[in-house]
Design a protein around this ligand. Structure first.
Ligand SMILES: Cc1ncc(COP(=O)(O)O)c(C=O)c1O
Length: 486
Protein backbone atom coordinates (compact mmCIF):
# COMPACT_ATOMS: atom_id res chain seq x y z
CA UNK A 1 0.00 0.00 0.00
CA UNK A 2 1.32 3.44 -0.87
CA UNK A 3 2.57 5.44 2.08
CA UNK A 4 3.73 8.43 0.09
CA UNK A 5 2.23 10.63 -2.61
CA UNK A 6 0.08 13.70 -2.58
CA UNK A 7 -1.36 14.55 0.77
CA UNK A 8 -4.67 15.89 -0.49
CA UNK A 9 -7.43 14.36 -2.55
CA UNK A 10 -7.58 17.29 -4.97
CA UNK A 11 -4.81 16.99 -7.54
CA UNK A 12 -5.73 20.14 -9.44
CA UNK A 13 -8.29 22.75 -8.42
CA UNK A 14 -11.18 22.95 -10.85
CA UNK A 15 -11.82 25.86 -13.18
CA UNK A 16 -14.87 27.14 -11.32
CA UNK A 17 -15.96 29.62 -14.01
CA UNK A 18 -15.80 26.96 -16.71
CA UNK A 19 -17.94 24.59 -14.62
CA UNK A 20 -20.57 27.29 -14.06
CA UNK A 21 -20.62 28.12 -17.76
CA UNK A 22 -21.43 24.47 -18.53
CA UNK A 23 -23.93 24.19 -15.69
CA UNK A 24 -25.72 27.34 -16.84
CA UNK A 25 -25.88 25.98 -20.37
CA UNK A 26 -27.30 22.71 -19.02
CA UNK A 27 -29.98 24.36 -16.91
CA UNK A 28 -30.81 26.73 -19.76
CA UNK A 29 -31.86 23.99 -22.18
CA UNK A 30 -34.62 21.38 -22.21
CA UNK A 31 -34.02 18.20 -20.24
CA UNK A 32 -32.37 15.22 -21.88
CA UNK A 33 -33.82 12.23 -20.01
CA UNK A 34 -33.41 8.54 -20.82
CA UNK A 35 -35.20 7.32 -23.92
CA UNK A 36 -38.46 5.74 -22.80
CA UNK A 37 -37.57 2.23 -23.97
CA UNK A 38 -34.37 2.45 -21.92
CA UNK A 39 -36.37 3.58 -18.91
CA UNK A 40 -38.73 0.64 -19.40
CA UNK A 41 -35.75 -1.72 -19.29
CA UNK A 42 -34.68 -0.09 -16.01
CA UNK A 43 -38.14 -0.59 -14.52
CA UNK A 44 -38.11 -4.19 -15.74
CA UNK A 45 -34.79 -4.72 -13.94
CA UNK A 46 -36.28 -3.61 -10.65
CA UNK A 47 -39.38 -5.69 -11.13
CA UNK A 48 -37.66 -8.91 -12.10
CA UNK A 49 -34.35 -8.75 -10.22
CA UNK A 50 -35.21 -6.85 -7.05
CA UNK A 51 -38.34 -8.62 -5.80
CA UNK A 52 -36.83 -9.20 -2.34
CA UNK A 53 -36.10 -5.49 -1.89
CA UNK A 54 -39.58 -4.58 -3.03
CA UNK A 55 -41.27 -7.07 -0.68
CA UNK A 56 -39.22 -5.92 2.32
CA UNK A 57 -39.68 -2.21 1.76
CA UNK A 58 -43.39 -2.67 0.99
CA UNK A 59 -43.78 -4.47 4.31
CA UNK A 60 -41.72 -1.74 5.98
CA UNK A 61 -44.22 0.86 4.83
CA UNK A 62 -46.64 -0.57 7.40
CA UNK A 63 -44.29 0.16 10.27
CA UNK A 64 -41.98 2.91 9.04
CA UNK A 65 -43.28 6.10 7.44
CA UNK A 66 -42.47 5.85 3.74
CA UNK A 67 -40.85 2.43 4.22
CA UNK A 68 -37.28 3.68 4.59
CA UNK A 69 -35.75 5.90 7.22
CA UNK A 70 -32.77 7.41 5.49
CA UNK A 71 -33.18 10.28 3.04
CA UNK A 72 -30.57 8.74 0.75
CA UNK A 73 -32.34 5.38 0.75
CA UNK A 74 -35.45 6.82 -0.80
CA UNK A 75 -34.82 5.65 -4.34
CA UNK A 76 -36.97 5.43 -7.47
CA UNK A 77 -38.85 3.21 -8.35
CA UNK A 78 -38.50 1.65 -4.89
CA UNK A 79 -35.69 1.39 -2.36
CA UNK A 80 -33.13 -1.39 -2.40
CA UNK A 81 -32.60 -3.46 0.74
CA UNK A 82 -28.89 -4.02 1.26
CA UNK A 83 -27.56 -7.21 2.79
CA UNK A 84 -23.78 -6.91 2.53
CA UNK A 85 -21.07 -4.33 1.93
CA UNK A 86 -17.37 -4.82 1.38
CA UNK A 87 -14.73 -2.46 -0.05
CA UNK A 88 -16.07 -0.98 -3.29
CA UNK A 89 -19.18 -3.19 -3.48
CA UNK A 90 -22.63 -3.65 -1.98
CA UNK A 91 -25.04 -6.55 -2.46
CA UNK A 92 -28.80 -6.30 -2.16
CA UNK A 93 -30.99 -8.96 -0.56
CA UNK A 94 -31.62 -10.47 -4.01
CA UNK A 95 -27.90 -11.05 -4.46
CA UNK A 96 -27.28 -8.30 -7.03
CA UNK A 97 -23.86 -6.70 -6.74
CA UNK A 98 -23.33 -2.95 -7.08
CA UNK A 99 -20.30 -0.72 -7.31
CA UNK A 100 -20.81 1.47 -4.28
CA UNK A 101 -20.34 5.18 -4.99
CA UNK A 102 -22.62 6.11 -2.12
CA UNK A 103 -20.08 4.93 0.47
CA UNK A 104 -22.67 5.43 3.19
CA UNK A 105 -23.02 9.07 2.20
CA UNK A 106 -19.32 9.82 2.53
CA UNK A 107 -17.68 8.46 5.69
CA UNK A 108 -15.93 5.34 4.41
CA UNK A 109 -12.86 6.68 2.61
CA UNK A 110 -11.14 3.36 3.36
CA UNK A 111 -13.95 1.47 1.60
CA UNK A 112 -16.92 -0.22 3.23
CA UNK A 113 -16.55 -2.44 6.27
CA UNK A 114 -12.76 -2.09 6.41
CA UNK A 115 -11.42 -5.07 8.36
CA UNK A 116 -8.53 -3.51 10.34
CA UNK A 117 -10.91 -0.98 11.92
CA UNK A 118 -13.65 -3.56 12.45
CA UNK A 119 -11.19 -5.74 14.40
CA UNK A 120 -10.35 -2.88 16.77
CA UNK A 121 -14.04 -2.28 17.31
CA UNK A 122 -14.56 -5.97 18.13
CA UNK A 123 -11.72 -5.84 20.69
CA UNK A 124 -13.26 -2.81 22.34
CA UNK A 125 -16.67 -4.46 22.43
CA UNK A 126 -15.18 -7.51 24.12
CA UNK A 127 -13.47 -5.45 26.78
CA UNK A 128 -16.01 -2.81 27.76
CA UNK A 129 -18.98 -2.90 25.40
CA UNK A 130 -20.10 0.07 23.38
CA UNK A 131 -20.89 2.50 26.16
CA UNK A 132 -20.35 3.08 29.87
CA UNK A 133 -21.36 6.71 30.40
CA UNK A 134 -17.93 7.49 31.88
CA UNK A 135 -14.68 8.68 30.38
CA UNK A 136 -12.70 6.34 28.15
CA UNK A 137 -9.09 6.75 27.03
CA UNK A 138 -10.07 6.62 23.34
CA UNK A 139 -11.88 9.96 23.72
CA UNK A 140 -8.51 11.51 24.52
CA UNK A 141 -6.66 9.58 21.83
CA UNK A 142 -9.15 10.66 19.16
CA UNK A 143 -9.11 14.31 20.28
CA UNK A 144 -5.29 14.33 20.22
CA UNK A 145 -5.26 12.79 16.76
CA UNK A 146 -7.78 15.30 15.39
CA UNK A 147 -5.64 18.10 16.83
CA UNK A 148 -2.55 16.68 15.13
CA UNK A 149 -4.32 16.61 11.74
CA UNK A 150 -6.20 19.90 12.16
CA UNK A 151 -4.29 22.18 14.52
CA UNK A 152 -7.14 24.73 14.52
CA UNK A 153 -9.05 22.14 16.56
CA UNK A 154 -7.33 22.83 19.86
CA UNK A 155 -10.16 21.12 21.68
CA UNK A 156 -13.08 19.06 20.49
CA UNK A 157 -16.28 17.62 21.75
CA UNK A 158 -17.82 14.45 20.31
CA UNK A 159 -21.56 14.51 19.67
CA UNK A 160 -24.13 12.24 18.08
CA UNK A 161 -24.17 13.57 14.52
CA UNK A 162 -23.18 16.39 12.22
CA UNK A 163 -26.57 17.98 12.88
CA UNK A 164 -25.92 18.05 16.62
CA UNK A 165 -22.41 19.36 16.14
CA UNK A 166 -23.73 22.26 14.02
CA UNK A 167 -26.29 23.07 16.72
CA UNK A 168 -23.55 23.08 19.34
CA UNK A 169 -21.22 25.24 17.24
CA UNK A 170 -23.89 27.86 16.72
CA UNK A 171 -24.71 27.86 20.41
CA UNK A 172 -21.06 28.32 21.32
CA UNK A 173 -20.64 31.08 18.72
CA UNK A 174 -23.58 32.98 20.17
CA UNK A 175 -22.45 32.42 23.75
CA UNK A 176 -18.90 33.51 22.96
CA UNK A 177 -19.63 36.56 20.80
CA UNK A 178 -22.85 37.67 22.49
CA UNK A 179 -24.27 38.14 18.96
CA UNK A 180 -27.30 36.54 17.39
CA UNK A 181 -27.29 36.17 13.63
CA UNK A 182 -25.91 33.14 11.84
CA UNK A 183 -25.30 33.31 8.10
CA UNK A 184 -25.09 30.30 5.81
CA UNK A 185 -24.70 29.92 2.07
CA UNK A 186 -28.01 29.40 0.27
CA UNK A 187 -28.54 25.78 -0.72
CA UNK A 188 -26.14 24.34 1.83
CA UNK A 189 -27.14 21.47 4.07
CA UNK A 190 -25.94 21.74 7.65
CA UNK A 191 -28.20 19.10 9.14
CA UNK A 192 -31.85 19.29 10.09
CA UNK A 193 -31.95 21.38 13.26
CA UNK A 194 -34.75 23.98 13.50
CA UNK A 195 -32.42 26.86 12.81
CA UNK A 196 -30.67 25.27 9.84
CA UNK A 197 -33.68 24.09 7.82
CA UNK A 198 -33.43 27.35 5.96
CA UNK A 199 -32.45 27.87 2.34
CA UNK A 200 -32.04 24.12 1.97
CA UNK A 201 -30.81 22.65 -1.33
CA UNK A 202 -32.00 25.61 -3.41
CA UNK A 203 -30.72 29.13 -2.68
CA UNK A 204 -33.34 31.68 -1.76
CA UNK A 205 -35.89 29.15 -0.53
CA UNK A 206 -35.52 30.33 3.08
CA UNK A 207 -38.22 28.55 5.13
CA UNK A 208 -39.77 26.61 2.26
CA UNK A 209 -38.92 23.26 3.84
CA UNK A 210 -39.55 24.37 7.41
CA UNK A 211 -42.75 22.38 7.93
CA UNK A 212 -43.27 21.96 11.66
CA UNK A 213 -40.73 24.62 12.57
CA UNK A 214 -41.99 27.85 14.14
CA UNK A 215 -40.80 31.03 12.42
CA UNK A 216 -38.86 32.24 15.43
CA UNK A 217 -36.64 29.15 15.40
CA UNK A 218 -34.87 30.33 12.26
CA UNK A 219 -35.53 34.01 12.93
CA UNK A 220 -31.80 34.70 13.28
CA UNK A 221 -30.67 32.51 10.39
CA UNK A 222 -29.80 34.19 7.09
CA UNK A 223 -28.55 32.96 3.75
CA UNK A 224 -26.27 34.62 1.23
CA UNK A 225 -26.33 33.71 -2.43
CA UNK A 226 -23.57 31.15 -3.10
CA UNK A 227 -20.23 32.75 -3.98
CA UNK A 228 -21.70 36.24 -3.62
CA UNK A 229 -19.30 37.83 -1.16
CA UNK A 230 -20.88 41.26 -1.67
CA UNK A 231 -24.18 39.82 -0.52
CA UNK A 232 -22.48 38.31 2.52
CA UNK A 233 -20.87 41.64 3.34
CA UNK A 234 -24.21 43.47 2.99
CA UNK A 235 -25.84 41.04 5.42
CA UNK A 236 -23.05 41.51 7.94
CA UNK A 237 -23.33 45.28 7.67
CA UNK A 238 -27.10 45.06 8.09
CA UNK A 239 -26.63 42.85 11.15
CA UNK A 240 -24.33 45.32 12.89
CA UNK A 241 -27.35 47.24 14.12
CA UNK A 242 -29.53 44.19 14.67
CA UNK A 243 -27.81 41.88 17.12
CA UNK A 244 -24.59 41.33 15.20
CA UNK A 245 -23.29 38.30 13.30
CA UNK A 246 -22.26 35.50 15.65
CA UNK A 247 -20.98 33.25 12.91
CA UNK A 248 -20.78 32.51 9.23
CA UNK A 249 -21.00 28.79 8.50
CA UNK A 250 -19.79 27.43 5.18
CA UNK A 251 -18.89 24.18 3.51
CA UNK A 252 -15.40 25.04 2.27
CA UNK A 253 -15.87 23.39 -1.15
CA UNK A 254 -19.29 25.01 -1.63
CA UNK A 255 -22.89 24.17 -0.77
CA UNK A 256 -24.01 20.53 -0.99
CA UNK A 257 -20.49 19.19 -0.94
CA UNK A 258 -19.39 21.40 -3.79
CA UNK A 259 -22.42 20.93 -6.04
CA UNK A 260 -22.17 24.69 -6.36
CA UNK A 261 -18.40 24.91 -6.43
CA UNK A 262 -16.49 27.86 -5.03
CA UNK A 263 -13.42 29.63 -6.37
CA UNK A 264 -10.22 28.63 -4.65
CA UNK A 265 -9.90 31.91 -2.72
CA UNK A 266 -13.46 31.83 -1.44
CA UNK A 267 -12.85 30.54 2.09
CA UNK A 268 -10.00 32.96 2.65
CA UNK A 269 -12.26 35.83 1.69
CA UNK A 270 -15.00 34.66 4.04
CA UNK A 271 -12.32 34.49 6.75
CA UNK A 272 -11.41 38.13 6.07
CA UNK A 273 -15.04 39.22 6.27
CA UNK A 274 -15.51 37.39 9.57
CA UNK A 275 -12.45 39.12 10.99
CA UNK A 276 -13.68 42.51 9.80
CA UNK A 277 -17.10 42.06 11.42
CA UNK A 278 -16.01 40.16 14.55
CA UNK A 279 -17.93 37.02 13.60
CA UNK A 280 -16.70 33.47 14.08
CA UNK A 281 -15.97 31.40 10.99
CA UNK A 282 -17.41 27.91 11.21
CA UNK A 283 -16.25 25.36 8.66
CA UNK A 284 -18.70 22.53 8.15
CA UNK A 285 -16.26 19.75 7.31
CA UNK A 286 -18.76 16.94 7.78
CA UNK A 287 -18.01 15.81 4.22
CA UNK A 288 -14.56 17.30 3.60
CA UNK A 289 -13.16 16.44 7.03
CA UNK A 290 -10.53 13.82 6.24
CA UNK A 291 -12.08 13.01 2.82
CA UNK A 292 -10.09 15.84 1.22
CA UNK A 293 -7.03 14.88 3.23
CA UNK A 294 -6.07 14.44 6.85
CA UNK A 295 -5.85 18.23 7.18
CA UNK A 296 -9.38 18.61 5.80
CA UNK A 297 -10.46 21.43 3.55
CA UNK A 298 -8.90 23.89 6.00
CA UNK A 299 -5.51 22.29 5.40
CA UNK A 300 -6.00 22.26 1.66
CA UNK A 301 -7.14 25.88 1.43
CA UNK A 302 -4.83 27.08 4.20
CA UNK A 303 -7.61 28.83 6.10
CA UNK A 304 -7.99 28.57 9.85
CA UNK A 305 -11.62 28.54 11.01
CA UNK A 306 -12.61 29.37 14.59
CA UNK A 307 -14.79 26.29 14.83
CA UNK A 308 -15.01 23.13 12.74
CA UNK A 309 -17.82 20.66 12.43
CA UNK A 310 -16.87 17.06 11.81
CA UNK A 311 -19.12 14.08 11.13
CA UNK A 312 -19.06 11.04 8.86
CA UNK A 313 -15.30 10.22 8.63
CA UNK A 314 -14.64 11.20 12.24
CA UNK A 315 -15.81 7.71 13.28
CA UNK A 316 -14.88 5.97 10.04
CA UNK A 317 -18.50 5.17 9.26
CA UNK A 318 -19.37 3.88 12.72
CA UNK A 319 -22.08 5.50 14.83
CA UNK A 320 -22.23 8.20 16.26
CA UNK A 321 -20.41 10.60 13.99
CA UNK A 322 -20.33 14.20 15.12
CA UNK A 323 -17.80 16.57 16.61
CA UNK A 324 -17.39 20.27 17.13
CA UNK A 325 -13.91 21.59 17.68
CA UNK A 326 -11.81 24.70 17.49
CA UNK A 327 -10.35 27.56 19.50
CA UNK A 328 -9.80 26.74 23.14
CA UNK A 329 -11.40 30.00 24.31
CA UNK A 330 -14.59 29.31 22.34
CA UNK A 331 -14.68 25.62 23.22
CA UNK A 332 -14.47 26.53 26.91
CA UNK A 333 -18.20 27.32 26.55
CA UNK A 334 -18.85 23.58 26.61
CA UNK A 335 -16.71 22.64 29.59
CA UNK A 336 -18.69 20.26 31.75
CA UNK A 337 -15.86 19.42 34.09
CA UNK A 338 -12.53 20.87 35.04
CA UNK A 339 -11.89 24.53 34.17
CA UNK A 340 -15.26 25.53 32.76
CA UNK A 341 -15.97 29.15 31.99
CA UNK A 342 -19.05 29.23 34.21
CA UNK A 343 -21.26 30.37 31.31
CA UNK A 344 -21.99 26.95 29.96
CA UNK A 345 -23.46 26.38 26.50
CA UNK A 346 -25.49 23.29 27.23
CA UNK A 347 -24.83 20.16 25.18
CA UNK A 348 -25.31 16.51 26.03
CA UNK A 349 -26.15 13.07 24.68
CA UNK A 350 -26.37 9.72 26.47
CA UNK A 351 -24.32 7.98 23.81
CA UNK A 352 -22.16 10.92 22.70
CA UNK A 353 -18.41 10.25 22.79
CA UNK A 354 -18.98 6.57 23.52
CA UNK A 355 -15.95 4.27 23.43
CA UNK A 356 -17.15 2.45 20.30
CA UNK A 357 -17.35 5.64 18.22
CA UNK A 358 -14.03 6.89 19.55
CA UNK A 359 -12.08 3.68 18.98
CA UNK A 360 -13.53 3.40 15.46
CA UNK A 361 -12.65 7.00 14.68
CA UNK A 362 -9.17 6.72 16.14
CA UNK A 363 -8.19 3.65 14.13
CA UNK A 364 -10.00 4.74 10.97
CA UNK A 365 -8.10 8.03 10.94
CA UNK A 366 -4.78 6.32 11.69
CA UNK A 367 -5.41 3.86 8.85
CA UNK A 368 -6.38 6.67 6.50
CA UNK A 369 -3.11 8.42 7.29
CA UNK A 370 -1.02 5.24 7.01
CA UNK A 371 -2.52 4.19 3.69
CA UNK A 372 -2.83 7.70 2.22
CA UNK A 373 -6.49 6.82 1.63
CA UNK A 374 -7.80 10.35 0.92
CA UNK A 375 -5.30 10.87 -1.90
CA UNK A 376 -5.85 7.38 -3.33
CA UNK A 377 -9.61 7.92 -3.26
CA UNK A 378 -8.99 11.30 -4.87
CA UNK A 379 -7.08 9.73 -7.76
CA UNK A 380 -9.99 7.32 -8.25
CA UNK A 381 -12.28 10.35 -8.33
CA UNK A 382 -10.06 11.97 -10.97
CA UNK A 383 -10.12 8.84 -13.11
CA UNK A 384 -13.90 8.54 -12.80
CA UNK A 385 -14.41 12.22 -13.64
CA UNK A 386 -12.09 12.13 -16.65
CA UNK A 387 -13.85 9.05 -17.95
CA UNK A 388 -17.28 10.60 -17.47
CA UNK A 389 -16.18 13.76 -19.26
CA UNK A 390 -14.99 11.65 -22.21
CA UNK A 391 -18.29 9.77 -22.35
CA UNK A 392 -20.21 13.05 -22.25
CA UNK A 393 -18.11 14.37 -25.10
CA UNK A 394 -18.31 11.16 -27.15
CA UNK A 395 -22.08 11.22 -27.06
CA UNK A 396 -22.32 15.00 -27.51
CA UNK A 397 -24.30 15.43 -24.27
CA UNK A 398 -24.75 18.70 -22.37
CA UNK A 399 -24.06 17.02 -19.01
CA UNK A 400 -21.36 18.19 -16.60
CA UNK A 401 -18.85 16.10 -14.65
CA UNK A 402 -16.36 17.64 -12.21
CA UNK A 403 -14.80 16.67 -8.91
CA UNK A 404 -13.15 17.81 -5.76
CA UNK A 405 -10.95 14.73 -5.34
CA UNK A 406 -13.14 11.85 -4.21
CA UNK A 407 -16.32 13.96 -4.40
CA UNK A 408 -17.48 13.46 -7.97
CA UNK A 409 -20.42 15.38 -9.42
CA UNK A 410 -22.33 14.21 -12.46
CA UNK A 411 -25.02 16.74 -13.32
CA UNK A 412 -27.54 15.54 -15.87
CA UNK A 413 -30.66 17.47 -14.89
CA UNK A 414 -28.91 20.20 -12.86
CA UNK A 415 -31.95 20.53 -10.60
CA UNK A 416 -29.69 21.77 -7.80
CA UNK A 417 -28.69 24.68 -9.98
CA UNK A 418 -32.18 26.16 -10.04
CA UNK A 419 -32.64 29.14 -7.75
CA UNK A 420 -35.01 31.88 -6.70
CA UNK A 421 -33.46 34.42 -9.04
CA UNK A 422 -35.80 32.88 -11.62
CA UNK A 423 -38.81 31.75 -9.56
CA UNK A 424 -41.04 30.88 -12.52
CA UNK A 425 -38.47 28.54 -13.97
CA UNK A 426 -37.87 27.10 -10.52
CA UNK A 427 -41.55 26.32 -9.97
CA UNK A 428 -41.99 24.94 -13.48
CA UNK A 429 -38.87 22.80 -13.66
CA UNK A 430 -38.03 21.69 -10.14
CA UNK A 431 -40.21 18.58 -10.08
CA UNK A 432 -39.50 17.26 -13.58
CA UNK A 433 -35.76 17.89 -13.23
CA UNK A 434 -35.75 16.16 -9.83
CA UNK A 435 -37.59 13.22 -11.34
CA UNK A 436 -35.11 13.01 -14.19
CA UNK A 437 -32.31 12.78 -11.63
CA UNK A 438 -34.19 9.94 -9.92
CA UNK A 439 -34.57 8.13 -13.23
CA UNK A 440 -30.86 8.47 -13.90
CA UNK A 441 -30.10 7.12 -10.41
CA UNK A 442 -32.34 4.13 -11.11
CA UNK A 443 -30.68 3.56 -14.48
CA UNK A 444 -27.22 3.53 -12.88
CA UNK A 445 -28.51 1.03 -10.31
CA UNK A 446 -29.93 -1.23 -13.00
CA UNK A 447 -26.41 -1.21 -14.48
CA UNK A 448 -24.89 -2.13 -11.11
CA UNK A 449 -23.84 1.27 -9.79
CA UNK A 450 -25.13 3.00 -6.69
CA UNK A 451 -24.70 6.78 -6.67
CA UNK A 452 -25.79 9.43 -4.19
CA UNK A 453 -29.23 10.51 -5.41
CA UNK A 454 -28.28 10.05 -9.06
CA UNK A 455 -25.91 12.99 -9.21
CA UNK A 456 -22.91 12.37 -6.96
CA UNK A 457 -20.33 9.63 -6.51
CA UNK A 458 -18.03 9.23 -3.54
CA UNK A 459 -14.94 7.22 -4.34
CA UNK A 460 -12.88 5.36 -1.77
CA UNK A 461 -9.46 3.78 -1.40
CA UNK A 462 -11.06 0.49 -2.49
CA UNK A 463 -11.77 1.87 -5.98
CA UNK A 464 -8.94 0.43 -8.01
CA UNK A 465 -8.47 1.38 -11.66
CA UNK A 466 -10.31 -1.83 -12.61
CA UNK A 467 -13.31 -0.89 -10.49
CA UNK A 468 -13.43 2.61 -11.97
CA UNK A 469 -13.03 1.35 -15.55
CA UNK A 470 -15.78 -1.20 -15.00
CA UNK A 471 -17.99 1.60 -13.63
CA UNK A 472 -17.22 3.77 -16.65
CA UNK A 473 -18.38 1.04 -19.04
CA UNK A 474 -21.63 0.88 -17.11
CA UNK A 475 -22.04 4.68 -17.06
CA UNK A 476 -21.38 4.73 -20.80
CA UNK A 477 -24.20 2.30 -21.45
CA UNK A 478 -26.64 4.44 -19.43
CA UNK A 479 -25.58 7.77 -20.93
CA UNK A 480 -25.71 6.39 -24.47
CA UNK A 481 -29.43 5.82 -23.86
CA UNK A 482 -30.24 9.46 -23.25
CA UNK A 483 -32.49 11.28 -25.72
CA UNK A 484 -30.44 12.60 -28.63
CA UNK A 485 -27.19 10.88 -27.59
CA UNK A 486 -24.91 10.42 -30.59
C1 LIG B 1 -22.14 19.35 5.00
C2 LIG B 1 -23.00 18.60 6.00
N1 LIG B 1 -23.22 19.12 7.20
C3 LIG B 1 -23.97 18.49 8.12
C4 LIG B 1 -24.55 17.28 7.85
C5 LIG B 1 -25.39 16.59 8.88
O1 LIG B 1 -24.69 15.50 9.43
P1 LIG B 1 -25.50 14.28 10.03
O2 LIG B 1 -26.19 13.59 8.91
O3 LIG B 1 -24.47 13.44 10.70
O4 LIG B 1 -26.46 14.85 11.02
C6 LIG B 1 -24.35 16.69 6.60
C7 LIG B 1 -24.95 15.39 6.27
O5 LIG B 1 -24.90 14.89 5.18
C8 LIG B 1 -23.57 17.37 5.63
O6 LIG B 1 -23.35 16.85 4.40
Amino acid sequence: MATHGPQYAISEYHDTDAIYARLRALIGQPMRPLRRERLQAVLDYFETRCAGSQALTDEAKKYIPGGVQHNLAFNYPFPLAIARADGPYMWDVDGNRYIDFLQAGGPTVLGSNYAPVRERVFELLQSCGPVTGLFHEYELKLAQLINRFMPSIEQCRMLGSGTEAVMAAIRAARAFTGKKKVIKAGGAYHGWSDQMVYGLHIPGTRRMEATGIPGGASGHTQEFFPNDLDHLRRLMMFNRLRGGTAAVIVEPVGPESGTRPVPRQFSAEVRRLCDEFGALLIFDEVVTGFRLGMGGAQGYFGVRPDLTILGKCVTGGYPMAGAVGGRRDVMACFAAGIGGSGERAYVGGTLSANPLSCVAGYYALLEMERTNAPAIAGRAGDRLTRGLQQIIERHALPFVAYNQGSIVHLETSAVMLLDFKNPLKLLREMKPRKHMMEEMGAAYMAQGIITLAGSRAYTSMADTDDVIDDALDRFEYVLSGVEGAE
